[in-house]
Design a protein around this ligand. Structure first.
Ligand SMILES: NC(=O)c1ccc[n+]([C@@H]2O[C@H](COP(=O)([O-])OP(=O)(O)OC[C@H]3O[C@@H](n4cnc5c(N)ncnc54)[C@H](O)[C@@H]3O)[C@@H](O)[C@H]2O)c1
Length: 318
């Protein structure tokens, strides 16, 4: 998994902007623990990201990882990154929806994208900041990158939550469970139970319809459940693990099919909007958008989800 940079063999470099924060620092932790890349934790704070970076570096000998990690507030240190993860922004507090973050995070993500692109013009952007679909579209338009290199993380998290609940309900290994979700992040996500399986068997054959509905509802509200429990801040372990899975798919060119937020040009009948769909993730980013035939009710739910994203895009005048 070595990358050639200016003739020298180096490990891949991943920058996390917002790296002092909960999701950002945990992404750093997972990437280093799996020895996937050298990691730069970039943040506007001064001290926290350097402290967390050093702390994680000092865990390396015990974890047996030679990945390097450090914190910085200088964009020059992020130059030449292969992947840049954007977690910068504010997170939800109890009682807030993701959409309440729109204007604040749009300013931050817009500015961060410009800086990132100036220092790593060839990178793949993974957007995490909320509201996710709108922030992905903002980063896509502001970066000028092809759509293959601007990818939003939401579906991997939503499907991981659903997988965890299905495994718990049926008392089976999480490794046997696959879940299929489309659409925007969270409340308007569109789960497809007929494509969600346990060892290849659709969950619709293993659970009564009302239990499937209950698990799906809990998943759609999964972020809010954690916000309410934490009291301050929002979920970060599962979100960071989701980012790690996407980074691994890209750096190892795994061609893994994962639900990701990408700019659609007519796929699923959606034009000019960033929405979650199954994609093939590999070394070049999004290598294929997988289209499946939807039932009329699934299609209507996806269109509602896309309309919710469009409302935010219109507010931002993108
Ligand atoms: N897509 C998802 O599924 C998902 C899941 C969890 C969290 N999120 C979102 O991710 C974001 C981060 O969440 P968190 O819990 O890590 O929040 P956090 O408050 O712990 O961290 C955010 C970090 O961003 C930094 N920051 C702010 N402005 C910046 C700028 N201009 N440049 C660089 N850094 C800047 C802050 O200093 C802070 O360290 C939030 O918007 C949250 O809603 C998304």
């Amino acid at each position: 998994m070595n990358y050639e940079l200016a003739g020298a063999k180096v490990r891949p470099k991943v920058t996390v902007v917002g790296g002092a924060g909960n999701v950002g620092a945990t992404v750093g932790q997972y990437l280093v623990a799996k020895e996937l890349a050298d990691v730069v934790l970039m943040d506007i704070l001064d001290g926290v990201q350097q402290g967390k970076g050093l702390d994680l570096l000092e865990a390396g000998p015990i974890l047996g990882t030679d990945s390097r990690i450090f914190g910085t507030r200088e964009y020059k240190d992020t130059s030449g990154s292969h992947i840049v993860v954007i977690t910068a922004g504010i997170a939800r507090k109890p009682g807030m929806s993701r959409d309440d973050l729109l204007n604040t995070n749009a300013k931050i993500v817009g500015n961060v994208t410009e800086q990132v692109v100036a220092h790593s013009p060839g990178c793949i952007l993974l957007v995490v900041s909320n509201p996710l679909d709108a922030m992905t579209q903002l980063a896509f338009q502001r970066s000028g990158f092809p759509r293959e290199r601007v990818i939003g993380m939401a579906g991997v998290l939503d499907s991981s939550r659903l997988r965890a609940f299905i495994a718990q309900e049926l008392q089976v290994s999480v490794e046997n469970v696959n879940a299929f979700v489309l659409g925007g992040h969270g409340d308007t996500m569109v789960p497809l139970p007929r494509f969600s399986t346990v060892a290849g068997i659709p969950i619709t054959e293993l659970l009564p319809a009302e239990r499937v509905e209950a698990l799906v509802k809990r998943t759609a509200q999964g972020g809010g459940e954690i916000v309410a429990l934490l009291g301050t801040g929002s979920a970060y372990y599962a979100p960071a693990a989701s980012v790690m899975e996407m980074v691994e798919a890209i750096l190892k060119d795994k061609k893994k099919i994962l639900p990701c937020c990408v700019y659609l040009k007519g796929e699923y009948g959606i034009q000019g909007l960033c929405v979650g769909v199954p994609v093939k993730l590999g070394a070049s980013g999004v290598e294929q958008i997988i289209e499946v035939k939807l039932t009329p009710s699934e299609d209507a739910a996806l269109k509602r989800s896309a309309a919710a994203v469009k409302e935010l895009i219109d507010i931002l005048r993108l």
